[in-house]
Design a protein around this ligand. Structure first.
Ligand code: ADP
Length: 556
C-alpha cells in the first residue's frame, strides 16, 4: 500500500479535518447550551429558596403578637422575630443541603449576617434601583466556583417597631433603632450554590463528546479509505497500468476489469476506444512510413545523383573560370607591352611639341590620355585576374606615402589641370614608412584618385590626407582619405559599388568611362594587406573614400 502523496491519504486527511471541525463546533455549542441550562436551573432553585424564606419571615412578622403572648395574656418577647427565624432556618438548611443562604444588610446587628464583597456590591446595585428584583452571578469561595443569587428586602410596617424611629431608642431585643421608614431598602436574601456538581457533570459530558468525536474521526477515515480504494483508486490503478502498457507499445491493451456502472466505467470505455483507435492508426502509420521511406530513399538517390552531377559541373566551371582568368592575365599582359610603347612614343612626340601643329598636338594628347586610360583598365583586369587565379602575392617593401603620391602626380597632374581642379595633399608629419606591396598601394591610390577626378566636375576640389592611428590596444595603422566635391553616390548604390563590374549608371546611359573593376580591385588589394576600405557620400556634395592599412601589412 503506497500512501505517500496518494489520493486516499489526501481524502482521509480532508475528511478527518472536516469531521473534527464540525464535531468541535457541535461540542462548543453543547457546552454553551449546557451552561445556559445550568444557570437557569440554579437561578430557579435559588428563587424558590429565597421566596420560601421571605414567606417564612412574613409569616413570623405577622404572628409576633401570638408568639410573644404569655400565659397571662401579657407580652413576653420570645426572640423569634423574622431575622432570628431566618438565621435559624438558614443554619439548619446550610448544614445538610450543601447550598447556603443567609439574610444580609449593609449595616448588620449580628456579625453572622455581615455581607461579603460580592453581597456588598450586589446590595449597592439593588439599593440604587428599586426595579431590580433579583441579581445573580459567579464567584469563587475558598477556591471553589459558586453561583450567587440575591433578592432585595424592603422595610414594611411590621419591621419599624425594631428598626424605625426614634433613632437610638432601644427596641425590644435591646438594639438601638436605626430610624428607617417603610419601603426603604433593608437588605437581601443571599443564596450560594456550589458549582462543583455542575462542573463535574460538564466534564463528563465534554469527555464523552471528545471520545465520540475521536470515534467519528476514525470511522470517517476508515470509511473514506475503503470507499476511495474500492471506488476510485483501484480503477485508477487499473487505468494507470493499462496506460503504461500502451506506453510500452502494447496497443492491444484493453480495460476489462472495471465492472462498476459509474463514471469509472465510462472512463474505461473511453480508454478502450482510444486504445483501439491508436492501434488502428499505428498499423496504418507503419504502412505509410514504409511507403514514405521507400519514396524518400528514391528521392535521396536522385538527389545524390544530381549532387554528383552538380559537383562535376562545378569542377568544370571552376576550371573554366581559372582558364578564363589565366587567359585574361596573359592577354592583358600581352596588351600592356604595345600600349606602353604607344604611350611612351606619344609622350616623346608631345615633348617635341614646337614642330607639330596644334591639331597634331591635340591628337597626340588624346592618344596619350586614352592610352593611359586603357593601360589603367588593362592593369585592373590583369590584377583582378591574378587575384582570382590565386596568383597574386604581396611583395613587402618599405613605402613612403609622400613619395608614392609624388610618383602618381606625374600621370595625374595633366588631368587635374585640364579639369581646373584644386588638388590638396595633407600628409601628417608623424606618418612612418609602411611595409607593404608598393605596386599594389600605388594601384589603390591611382584607382581612387582617378575616380575622384573622373566624377568631379570642372572647378571642384580633391583633398588627399593621410594620418597615423596609434591606439593603445591596436596595431598602428595609416588612415588615408580621398575626398572630392563631385557628383556623390546615393545610399542605395554605396552598398554595391565595391562589387566587381558594378557601376551606378547603366551601360546604355554611361556618361563616365570605366570597367566597374576599379573599386573591387582596390578593396581586394586593401584586404590583401589586412586593411579595410569604405565610402561616405552624399549625392551632389561629394564622396570620401577611406582606406586603412596596417603600418606593417599582413604577411610582411
Ligand atoms: P569605374 O571603372 O566605373 O569607375 P569603379 O569600380 O572604380 O568602376 O567604380 C564603381 C562605380 O562607383 C563608378 O561607376 C561610380 O558610379 C561610382 N564611383 C566610384 N568613385 C566615385 C566617386 N569618387 N564619386 C562618385 N561616384 C564614384
Amino acid at each position: 500500500m503506497r500512501f505517500k502523496n496518494s489520493l486516499t491519504i489526501k481524502f482521509m486527511i480532508g475528511i478527518a479535518i472536516i469531521t473534527i471541525v464540525l464535531m468541535t463546533v457541535n461540542l462548543l455549542w453543547n457546552i454553551r447550551q449546557y451552561n445556559f441550562q445550568a444557570e437557569s436551573e440554579m437561578k430557579e432553585k435559588a428563587e424558590v429558596i429565597a421566596q420560601q424564606l421571605i414567606a417564612t419571615r412574613s409569616f413570623i412578622a405577622l404572628k409576633q403578637d401570638l408568639i410573644n403572648a404569655n400565659y397571662d395574656g401579657g407580652y413576653e418577647f420570645k426572640h423569634l422575630n423574622p431575622a432570628a427565624v431566618g438565621k435559624g432556618i438558614g443554619e439548619i438548611f446550610n448544614g445538610y443541603s450543601g447550598y447556603k443562604f443567609k439574610q444580609t444588610r449593609p449595616i448588620v446587628r449580628d456579625p453572622y449576617n455581615a455581607p461579603d464583597n460580592f453581597e456588598r456590591e450586589a446590595m449597592k446595585q439593588l439599593a440604587a434601583d428599586k426595579n431590580l428584583k433579583e441579581l445573580w452571578g459567579y464567584d469563587e469561595i475558598d477556591g471553589n466556583r459558586v453561583f450567587r443569587y440575591l433578592v432585595p428586602l424592603y422595610y414594611d410596617e411590621s419591621c419599624l417597631s425594631c428598626h424605625g424611629k426614634p433613632v437610638g431608642l432601644n427596641d425590644i431585643s435591646g438594639y438601638a433603632k436605626e430610624g428607617f421608614s417603610s419601603g426603604e431598602f433593608a437588605g437581601s436574601i443571599s443564596v450560594v450554590f456550589p458549582m462543583a456538581r455542575f462542573e463535574a457533570a460538564q466534564r463528563t459530558n465534554i469527555s464523552s463528546q471528545v471520545i465520540f468525536i475521536l470515534f467519528m474521526v476514525f470511522v470517517s477515515i476508515g470509511l473514506t479509505y475503503l470507499m476511495m480504494e474500492h471506488i476510485i483508486i483501484m480503477p485508477i490503478r487499473e487505468l494507470t497500468g493499462k496506460v503504461a502498457e500502451l506506453g510500452r507499445g502494447n496497443l492491444a491493451a484493453q480495460l476489462t476489469e472495471i465492472q462498476t456502472y459509474d463514471e469509472m466505467r465510462s472512463l474505461a470505455e473511453e480508454f478502450n476506444t482510444m486504445a483501439s483507435k491508436l492501434n488502428e492508426l499505428y498499423n496504418g502509420l507503419e504502412e505509410k512510413v514504409t511507403e514514405r521511406t521507400a519514396l524518400l530513399s528514391d528521392a535521396n538517390q536522385r538527389l545524390l545523383e544530381q549532387g554528383s552531377k552538380l559537383q562535376a559541373m562545378n569542377a568544370k566551371l571552376t576550371e573554366t573560370d581559372r582558364l578564363k582568368s589565366e587567359f585574361l592575365a596573359v592577354m592583358s599582359h600581352e596588351l600592356r607591352t604595345p600600349l606602353t610603347a604607344i604611350i611612351a612614343f606619344a609622350e616623346i612626340l608631345l615633348a617635341e611639341g614646337e614642330t607639330l601643329s596644334s591639331l597634331q598636338q591635340e591628337y597626340l594628347q588624346d592618344i596619350f590620355e586614352s592610352g593611359h586610360q586603357l593601360l589603367s583598365q588593362i592593369n585592373d583586369i590583369l590584377n583582378m585576374s591574378k587575384i582570382e587565379a590565386g596568383l597574386a602575392k604581396i611583395n613587402c617593401n618599405q613605402i613612403d606615402i609622400k613619395e608614392v603620391l609624388n610618383h602618381l602626380m606625374h600621370s595625374i597632374s595633366p588631368l587635374v589641370s585640364k579639369n581646373r581642379l584644386t588638388f590638396i595633399v595633407d600628409i601628417s608629419a608623424d606618418i612612418p614608412h609602411i611595409i607593404a606591396d608598393r605596386e599594389k598601394v600605388i594601384h589603390i591610390f591611382r584607382n581612387l584618385i582617378s575616380n575622384a577626378i573622373k566624377f568631379t566636375s570642372n572647378g571642384g576640389k580633391i583633398t588627399i590626407s593621410a594620418a597615423l592611428m596609434n591606439d593603445q590596444d591596436k596595431v598602428p595603422e595609416v588612415v588615408v582619405k580621398i575626398q572630392d566635391t563631385g557628383i556623390g553616390i546615393n545610399q542605395e548604390d554605396q552598398k554595391y559599388i565595391f562589387d566587381k563590374f558594378r557601376q551606378v549608371d547603366s551601360a546604355e546611359a554611361r556618361e563616365y568611362p570605366g570597367s566597374g573593376l576599379g573599386l573591387a580591385l582596390a578593396r581586394n588589394l586593401v584586404e590583401m594587406h589586412g586593411g579595410r576600405i569604405w565610402v561616405e557620400s552624399e549625392v551632389g556634395r561629394g564622396s570620401t573614400f577611406t582606406f586603412v592599412l596596417p603600418v606593417i601589412a599582413k604577411g610582411c
